[in-house]
Ligand binder design. Sequence first.
Ligand code: FAD
Length: 319
Amino acid sequence: MARNILVVGELVGGQPTPTTLELVSGAAGLAAGGNVSVTLLGTGATAAAAACGGAGTAYASDDAGYDTFRAEQWLPAVEAALDQANPDLVLISQSTPGRELGPRLAHRRNTAVAMDCTSIVDEGGAFKATRPAFGGNAVATYGFATTPAMATVRAKSFEIAGGAGPSSTVALPGAGESRTNVTGHEQVVAEGLQITDASVVVSGGRGLGAAEGFEMVEALANAIGSDKAAVGASRAAVDLGWYPPSQQVGLTGKVVTPNVYFAIAISGASQHLAGCSGSKVIVAVNRDADANIFNVAKYGIVGDYKTIVPAIIEELKKG
Ligand SMILES: Cc1cc2nc3c(=O)[nH]c(=O)nc-3n(C[C@H](O)[C@H](O)[C@H](O)COP(=O)(O)OP(=O)(O)OC[C@H]3O[C@@H](n4cnc5c(N)ncnc54)[C@H](O)[C@@H]3O)c2cc1C
């Protein structure tokens, strides 16, 4: 059944974010011949539409007033696109703006939103959304009783397929007044590959024994490749001051969805799993065979990380 799907896109530096491109590709796969459209708001939006391979229509406004996300300004624009696109499904990134937009948009449209989804499928003509529940210990699947169905979706839940960009662009109105005055921005300087973008995340926990243990974790990440792997940490390791809070994975840290997640000397507490259970493959190294991490790991190695990790590095070096 052909479906119309609207993606609420986001721009960084005038370019669609990777998650926007993933959602457009995912929408193209689900639309079954229906129209896929994308909203883009802010400086460079109209030009950025060309990068959204798989979308048929872009709803765009280049108004710089949208550059700083303010829900009260974005919502009328997204609703204007929604009125025209008449979607069966609205996909929004599980980003900071998306987390605010999703519930507010759903409330305005008298519908419901499934938050923090990791997959959306069409099951016999009905959309089903899957999301981790109970801190990542269970997976919940939701159906939608109202239309349009809405979901906020984690990064890397869909592959970017590319393809031709939109054949038509519809201008959205500029940003209206805002009751919020943003007085400045402070950019967190993060060097190198971010754990949220890396295809491999190598994380260390309290079982490393000391901050120096992270040298071995970093050596493993380097052996995999600095363009592919980034280093994460459990909260226990971060709280001990062994690694920066920016690298914390989990409920109160970052949610990562890499192809491969290495959990080195991490017990696998539910709050940690909340941040990594969406990984495609989890590899655990732990000296306790009963550690909870082995319940979610695809590959588990029981032993002391000080012997296991160098052995993995040696194997990687052999190519
Ligand atoms: C509200 C709340 C929010 C939280 N948010 C987060 C969060 O975002 N992220 C997070 O990570 N945690 C979070 N936590 C904390 C969480 O509950 C755990 O305490 C924490 O994840 C434990 O970290 P860990 O696995 O590194 O340490 P531990 O639980 O102490 O586990 C260390 C592991 O290392 C193994 N080990 C020890 N020595 C070695 C060795 N030489 N070789 C191999 N293995 C070894 C041990 O067998 C053990 O399994 C949160 C807790 C609360 C209450």
